[in-house]
Design a protein around this ligand. Structure first.
Ligand code: PLP
Length: 426
């Protein structure tokens, strides 16, 4: 018996291959050699076959660690898949802004201009109820900036029903107190009244914070004062809408939006840019001009500022804010599922078109199910598809691997992935 490890190609032989020679010119010999040695090591450990060493090294050199994934989960804002996908217009804007760009220059006068003024103008135009706007790295940064600038050494009054954990172990209460603000918790988990807030307010109050419970629901015997009621308390009212809806979305009637909260009396609203707005990761701050200006001029604001790529993507998103995946009707998804299932059966894959239920996900509209359609495959497809190229992520339900088409951008890509990356024996 020959030791299969003997068949692992030698480094010199691999580097002499013309495909690697081109990469050496591009990336440098050391980098290419390291990738080859890593692939050889994986072959020695049995993770890949000897014959796969070259392809594995090539694949690693040809991409960054971030690989495009086909999202067939039906979850529109999948946190583990980077939340909202950017629109084509936003991608084009990012590419255009990647080189030198007039981010802080007024080309008409040749003088310094306000950073990202066109993106800020687009945001302001989308929410006329906001006197002023600002953009930071994410919603957590927006809250940290508000707490630092408006409540350091003071109290933030907040309901016990709104002390939320966002994800990955990060908790809003801890984020807020890390800025030097103190929390003044009022009410109970399920019921908090206006008088609870009123009794807690005093000379130490920085602001009242209303947080939308965007990733959970409290049902049954519950009460929370409205924004309009909280606005009567005589101290600044900051509202975290979370999802980033700028105005009402008929599809999601229970999801709050920035314009409505501002119209009802919130002084400042914070939101994420990469949830239901469908833009890049960023945090939006909208509201009273004096408060936004205090935040914008606070020293911490500089540490939270967004880069030109984010501003470019945000501005393009705002010119057509529309998360396509949210709006597909079930009928058009069924037609796609049927067509794809037929093509797959013709290629010998046991595929069926079925109805399915997707979700908004990503900390938005927790109770909402989106009627959808999927291609149903044997469960054995799930793992090879996830490990394939491109990786396809589906949902395993009751012994079947479901590929939900609501979140799939290109059915041809999905077809090719399933036809070529299925489990052995199909
Ligand atoms: C998602 C969310 C956050 C965190 O937003 P990031 O943009 O991820 O920092 C904070 N508050 C609420 C209510 C949220 O839904």
């Amino acid at each position: 018996m020959t030791d299969p490890r003997r068949q692992i190609p030698r480094t010199d032989a691999v580097l002499d291959d013309p495909r690697f020679a081109a990469l050496i010119t591009q990336l440098g010999r050391e980098r290419v050699k390291a990738a080859v040695q890593e692939a050889q090591q994986r072959a020695r450990e049995g993770g890949i076959g000897s014959a796969e060493v070259m392809d594995t090294a090539l694949a690693q050199l040809g991409s960054t660690g971030l690989r495009p994934v086909v999202n067939a989960t039906g979850v529109v804002l999948h946190t583990n898949l980077g939340r909202a996908p950017l629109s084509d217009a936003a991608v084009a804007a990012v590419v255009a802004a990647a080189g030198y760009t007039d981010i802080e220059l007024d080309l008409a006068t040749g003088r310094r201009g306000r950073r990202g003024r066109t993106a800020m103008a687009a945001l302001a135009a989308n929410v006329p109820a906001a006197e002023a706007v600002h953009v930071v790295n994410n919603n957590a940064a927006a809250l940290a900036l508000a707490a630092t600038a408006l409540a350091q050494g003071k109290e933030i009054v907040i309901s016990r029903g709104e002390l939320i954990e966002i994800g990955d172990g990060f908790r809003l209460p801890e984020l807020l107190t890390s800025t030097g603000a103190r929390l003044r918790e009022v009410g109970t988990t399920n019921r908090t009244h206006l008088r609870d807030y009123a009794e807690a307010i005093g000379p130490h109050t920085g602001f009242v914070l209303k947080v939308h419970p965007s990733n959970y629901r409290i049902e049954g015997f519950t009460h929370a004062p409205s924004i309009a009621e909280l606005a009567t308390l005589g101290v600044p009212l900051v509202g975290d809408v979370g999802s980033g809806l700028l105005r009402q979305e008929p599809l999601l009637p229970d999801e709050p939006d920035a314009a409505t909260w501002l119209a009802q009396g919130a002084d400042l609203v914070t939101a994420s840019g990469d949830k239901l707005l469908g833009g890049p990761q960023c945090g939006l701050l909208l509201g009273r001009a004096d408060l936004v200006e205090r935040l914008r001029r606070h020293p911490l604001a500089r540490a939270l500022r967004v880069d030109k790529l984010t501003l470019a993507a945000l501005e393009a998103t705002l010119s057509a804010p529309f998360l396509a995946a949210l709006h597909y009707g079930q009928d058009e998804l069924r037609v796609r599922a049927e067509r794809l299932a037929v093509r797959l059966r013709e290629s010998g894959v046991e595929a069926l078109a079925v109805d399915s239920e997707g979700a908004v996900g990503g900390g938005g509209a927790p109770g909402v199910r989106l009627a959808s359609a999927a291609v149903s495959l044997p469960e054995a497809f799930a793992e090879p598809l996830r490990k394939g190229d491109p990786p396809v992520l589906g949902r395993v339900e009751r012994g079947r691997c479901l590929l939900d088409l609501r979140t799939v951008a290109d059915d041809d890509v999905l077809f090719a992935a399933v036809a070529t990356n299925g489990p052995n024996g199909w």
